[in-house]
Design a protein around this ligand. Sequence first.
Ligand SMILES: *Cc1c(COP(=O)(O)O)cnc(C)c1O
Length: 359
Amino acid sequence: MKRVHNFSAGPSMLPLAVLEKAQAELPNYKDSGMSVMELSHRSGLFTEIITDAENLLRELMNIPENYKVLFVQGGASQQFAAVPLNLKKNGKADYVNTGSWSKKAMKEAKKFIEVKEIASSEDENFTYIPKIDANMISSDADYVHITTNNTIEGTAFRAIPDTGDVPLVADMSSNILSEEIDVSKFGVIYAGAQKNIGPAGLTVVIVRDDLIGDASDVCPTMLEYQTHSESGSLYNTPPTYGVYMAKLVFEWVKELGGLKEIQARNEKKAELLYDYVEQSDFYASPVQKESRSIMNIPFIIPGRDLDSDFVKEAQAEGLETLKGHRSVGGMRASIYNAMPVEGVEDLINFMQKFEKQHK
Ligand SMILES: *Cc1c(COP(=O)(O)O)cnc(C)c1O
């Protein structure tokens, strides 16, 4: 069986071991005579799956007792609306603008709440993460919103800003589970599953208890955190197969040694690629050093019109989806948890060969 190295930003590659486990269990899950896809979401077997998934995520991320884990649908994009609808009290929120996804979050939130952009890196094409000082935060803001990893631009917060008593809300779609984080610094964490957790269709929300139960009157039932927290994410039919796949991925992460080990692996992969780009006078990184993502790594070939050749020739060698996002150009290697170090080594070998040919 031929598997490529898939550098897609999302949906992205899944660990082969997880796919094989799902394949083995597909037609007859635990002697039920059914696939997980065919199980009632109220059945004992599915209850076990969703309970295990939650407990594993709690264990991996060290999620404190006073936080709920919700498995919902609608993607991170739906949380752009759900966050203001659930957290609105004074009617104001602070946003940090670090790229395309932050902008979309702000645009959606403006329909429901007064949005203040307290910092932005748009002046330099989002190639860095702006410094956030406590004094920039509005004391009467209902929350502060950040995008911890900017999937398109390839930047990431290397330190979590201190927002004092104002709840910090984070879109962690492209770096959840990639490194150890202190959940207690956040009011809400949300992430679409299709980068580091599993297939598209599942969204994970981690929310502090005191931020549940005070949603605005117009908040649709399905967007209310309380709806999902009081029903154990079983108010309606959850994306059952997505939850099952997430559970398998969580088990895989745990077997590897948890987030500490995953982080070490991710840092090593990113360092290999950045070091190679750094020492080369053919390739360059558009991102400022102290703001670099370890998940999404854009690189360019300055002064040459070689991007489409690069992408095409790489693809012929089993290195897939390296084209940069249409808004920034160049190339982008997304190296999420499931990407093995060999994938990055093969990419670097190809980059060396391509450089020799075109220099
Ligand atoms: C992929 C992504 C999104 C969009 O997620 P959907 O689940 O497709 O809505 C939002 N924010 C970030 C940071 C992303 O990487």
